[in-house]
Write a protein that binds this ligand. Structure first.
Ligand code: GDP
Ligand code: MG
Length: 358
C-alpha cells in the first residue's frame, strides 16, 4: 500500500494535518478509515468514478485504493546526528514512499516556533538539509563497509563505490539525491534507500486567510518546491471533530470546503507519478494505483500473481467512454473494448477486464 510520511519541524501542525486528513476524510466522503497506531492511519482514496463503476457493473461493493499516512516524530536541527528523536524519526521515514512536508505558515503567538519566527523557505531548507545529512551519513557508512572489497578491485564494489562518491559529493552540498542528473542509475548502483530520493509534497499549513495561503504557496514554489498545496490545517481538523450536522452548518456558514484529503492525495499521486485503473470482477468494483508506464501484465499482477503469470490480454476501455455507454455489454456491442497485450501501458482511468490462464 502507498505510504506517505508527514514530516516537518516541531509545532508546524503535522499532527493537526494528520487528524484533518484521516478523520476528516472519513467524514467527508463516507469512506472507511482506520487508525493502526496513534500516528498511523489508512484512508481510502476518494474517487467518484468508482461509485459510478459499481453502478455500471451492478456490483455490491466499491473498493477504493488505500493510502497510509504516518505522522512521523518531529525533526529539528541536528536530527541527522541523532539529536532529540532523531533516530526514531529517521527510521520512520525510511519506510514511506513519499514525503508530505508540512511547513508552518500560520502565525500564532500561543504556539512557539523552534526557530523563533515564521519563515517557510528557511524551515524547508533546515529540514531538507537534515535529510541530506542523514543520507550522507548512510552513504559514508556504506563506503566504509565496502572499502576492503574496493581495495581488492572487486568489480561490483568498484561500481558501487563510484556511485557512492557521486552521491556523497551531491549530498555534501545539501542537495537531495533526487536532483542528481543520473539519479536512477546511481541509486541502483548504490542500492540504498535514501530519504532525499523520495518525492516530496509540500503542505503550507496556513491560517484561514486566503491571501496568506496564496503568498505561502508562491514563496515555496519560487524556492523550487515542486508540488505545493495550501491547507488550513487547524480549521479542517476542527471541522473533522464535529458531528455531521454541525459540520455541514459550519461549512455552509464559512463558505469553506474541506477538500484537504483529496488535494493531498492528488498531489501525492502526481509526485509519485501514479495512475489509477479500475476492475469490476467478482462482487466488487475496485480502484488500483500503479506507477505511470506500468504494463498491463504487471498491473494484472497487482490484482493476483496468477493473472500476471497467465496473462493473455486485457479488454480495455477508458472510464469516461464506459460511463457514457453505460454498460460493459454496450461497450462490447459498440466495438469499443480494446484488446491490449501484456506490454500495453495502463492509462489513467482505464477499466480492465483481464483474460488469463489459471
Ligand atoms: N492558529 C493555528 N494553530 C495551529 C494551526 N495548525 C496547528 N496549530 C496549532 O499548533 C500547535 C502544534 O500543532 P501540532 O499539530 O501538534 O504540531 P506538530 O508538532 O507539527 O505535530 C497546536 O496547538 C495546534 O493547535 C493553524 O493552522 N493555525
Ligand atoms: Mg505532532
Amino acid at each position: 500500500m502507498l505510504s506517505v510520511g508527514i514530516v516537518g519541524l516541531p509545532n508546524v501542525g503535522k499532527s493537526t494535518v494528520f487528524n484533518a486528513l484521516c478523520r476528516g476524510g472519513a467524514k467527508v466522503s463516507n469512506y472507511a478509515f482506520c487508525t493502526i497506531e496513534p500516528n498511523r492511519a489508512v484512508v481510502s482514496v476518494p474517487d467518484s468514478r468508482l461509485d459510478r463503476l459499481a453502478e455500471i457493473f451492478a456490483q455490491e461493493r466499491a473498493v477504493p485504493a488505500a493510502i497510509e499516512f504516518v505522522d512521523i516524530a518531529g525533526l529539528a536541527r541536528g536530527a541527522s546526528k541523532g539529536e532529540g528523536l532523531g533516530n526514531q524519526f529517521l527510521a520512520g521515514i525510511r519506510e514511506v514512499d513519499a514525503i508530505l512536508h508540512v511547513v508552518r505558515c500560520f502565525s500564532d503567538t500561543e504556539v512557539s516556533h523552534v526557530e523563533g519566527s515564521i519563515d517557510p523557505v528557511r524551515d524547508v531548507e533546515i529540514v531538507e538539509l537534515e535529510l541530506a545529512l542523514a543520507d550522507l551519513d548512510m552513504v559514508q557508512r556504506r563506503q566504509h563497509k565496502i572499502a576492503s572489497a574496493v581495495r581488492g578491485r572487486d568489480r561490483d564494489a568498484l561500481r558501487e563505490a563510484d556511485a557512492l562518491v557521486q552521491l556523497a559529493e551531491h549530498l555534501d552540498q545539501g542537495k537531495p539525491a533526487r536532483s542528481l542528473a543520473n539519479r536512477q542509475e546511481i541509486a541502483e548502483a548504490a542500492g540504498l534507500d535514501l530519504l532525499t530520493d523520495k518525492p516530496p509534497v509540500y503542505l503550507a499549513n496556513t491560517g484561514e486567510q486566503h491571501e496568506d495561503s496564496a503568498q505561502a504557496v508562491d514563496q515555496l514554489e519560487s524556492h523550487g518546491c515542486g508540488h505545493v498545496i495550501a491547507l488550513a490545517g487547524k480549521l479542517e481538523a476542527d471541522l473533522a471533530e464535529l458531528p455531521d450536522e454541525e459540520r455541514a452548518a459550519f461549512v455552509a456558514e464559512l463558505d469553506f470546503s474541506p477538500s484537504g484529503l483529496e488535494r493531498v492525495i492528488r498531489a501525492c499521486y502526481q509526485a509519485l507519478n501514479l495512475v489509477t485503473f479500475f476492475t469490476g470482477v467478482g462482487a466488487e468494483a475496485r480502484a488500483w494505483a500503479v506507477p505511470c508506464g506500468t504494463h498491463a501484465a504487471a498491473a494484472a499482477g497487482r490484482i493476483h500473481t496468477d493473472m500476471e503469470r497467465g496473462f493473455i490480454r486485457a479488454e480495455t476501455i477508458g472510464f469516461p467512454e464506459l460511463s457514457e455507454l453505460g454498460s460493459w455489454q454496450d461497450a462490447h456491442r459498440a466495438g469499443r473494448l480494446r484488446s491490449e497485450g501484456k506490454d500495453y501501458e495502463v492509462q489513467e482511468g482505464d477499466v480492465l477486464l483481464v483474460r488469463f490462464n489459471a
